[in-house]
Ligand binder design. Structure first.
Ligand code: SF4
Length: 361
């Protein structure tokens, strides 16, 4: 049984009945459960506060699956990008972004993505599969194992659309937030979505105050349609109506693309959407790697767009570009590693070569 795929309460129940059947003292649960998430171990052998026989029985009954670190890049600004190889050979990314006391981990929820936003490297891959709950939560677990520290914040802004994989993301949210899981406060966990309405209502129904970010990127139907195919199914009108009943402050993520969504008229349309919801607009610089080469707005243009929005009564933040010297945008590292692998395979007469990027030998 994979305990890491269960919500902490279910994992505790399974462990409790297993321990009872072995006539183990009841305090063992308090020793074992934190080893899943709070104070994780790589393998039960590391849980040296448990008797040796119990450790090997745990190993036989509840093996702890791992994500294999396939590539790791460290930026000069401290941003760390991880590429995890999954058991079926597919790969997903996470990015750890340190900033002062805050350590934000951006995680993936799917391999590839079905939504094909034209500015996004992940969108070029198409959809491959949903991640299982444990593969989502273990991105956090592996980072805790590697760094010895729990991230302060987790954002679902890596590969995939989290609300398109709701069942697994739902349980992963519980693991992240539960005191018996990672114990990360709901207000420090952000789910980012292009606006899948069925998933939005399920997220809204959860009692915890998880944060919601909407990948908006355009404030009119026509502009959004040209950037994000999802607009055909769940258009801005329906999305805004759904957000009216979402009783939490929303952030609008807005990649600024020169000549596409940064005109004064775009600012006015965006302000008209943001003001009634008191939404925070987060302006994001464009990273290269999407399906269509698009011109990134420069720092001065971003600042001018931000000023215009503020003058229209909108709360605005401008996201700093992090990890510019590494492949820090969603999907970029996997695209680059796999391209490099193909090149090396061709160079070596079709013999598959092992490639490890940025890892010490
Ligand atoms: S921006 Fe998000 S929803 Fe759009 S293609 Fe990329 S991963 Fe998918």
């Amino acid at each position: 049984m994979n305990l890491l795929d269960l919500a902490p309460e279910q994992a505790a129940a399974s462990l409790r009945s297993w321990l009872e059947a072995r006539r183990e003292p009841s305090y063992r649960i308090r020793q074992i459960l934190p080893r899943l998430w709070n104070k994780p171990v790589r393998a039960w052998a590391e849980a040296t506060d448990l008797p040796l026989t119990l450790r090997s029985e745990l190993d036989a009954t509840f093996p702890l699956p791992r994500l294999a670190l396939d590539a790791r890049q460290v930026s000069r600004d401290g941003t760390v990008k991880y590429l995890w190889r999954l058991e079926d050979g597919l790969a997903v990314e996470s990015v750890l972004i340190p900033e002062g006391k805050r350590r934000t981990l951006c995680i993936s929820s799917q391999v590839g993505c079905a939504f094909g936003c034209i500015f996004c490297a992940t969108g070029t891959m198409g959809f491959q599969r949903n991640l299982a709950c444990w593969e989502i939560a273990c991105q956090v677990r592996e980072v805790v194992l590697e760094t010895g520290e729990r991230p302060t914040n987790v954002v679902f802004m890596g590969m995939g659309e989290p609300l398109h994989n709701w069942e697994q993301v739902d349980r992963a949210l519980t693991i992240l937030n539960s005191p018996s899981g990672f114990g990360i406060g709901a207000r420090h966990i952000t789910v980012s979505t292009v606006g899948l309405l069925p998933g939005l209502s399920k997220l809204a129904a959860r009692k915890e105050q998880f944060r919601l970010a909407i990948s908006l990127h355009a404030a009119t139907h026509q502009t959004r349609l040209a950037l994000m195919p999802v607009e055909r199914k769940y258009d801005l009108d329906r999305l805004m109506k759904a957000l009216e009943v979402f009783e939490r402050r929303v952030t609008f993520e807005y990649i600024v693309i020169r000549g596409r969504n940064d005109s004064p008229a775009d600012a006015e349309a965006l302000a008209a959407l943001a003001r009634p919801l008191k939404a925070l607009v987060n302006l994001i610089p464009l990273h290269p790697g999407g399906a269509v080469p698009l011109p990134a707005a420069g720092a001065a243009e971003m600042a001018a767009f931000a000023r215009r929005l503020r003058a229209l009564g909108v709360s605005v933040s401008v996201r700093k570009s992090r990890g510019l010297d590494i492949s820090a945008a969603c999907g970029q590292l996997r695209v680059e590693v796999e391209r490099a692998r193909r090149v090396r395979t061709q160079e070596h007469g079709g013999v598959q070569q092992q490639l490890r990027v940025g890892l010490p030998e």
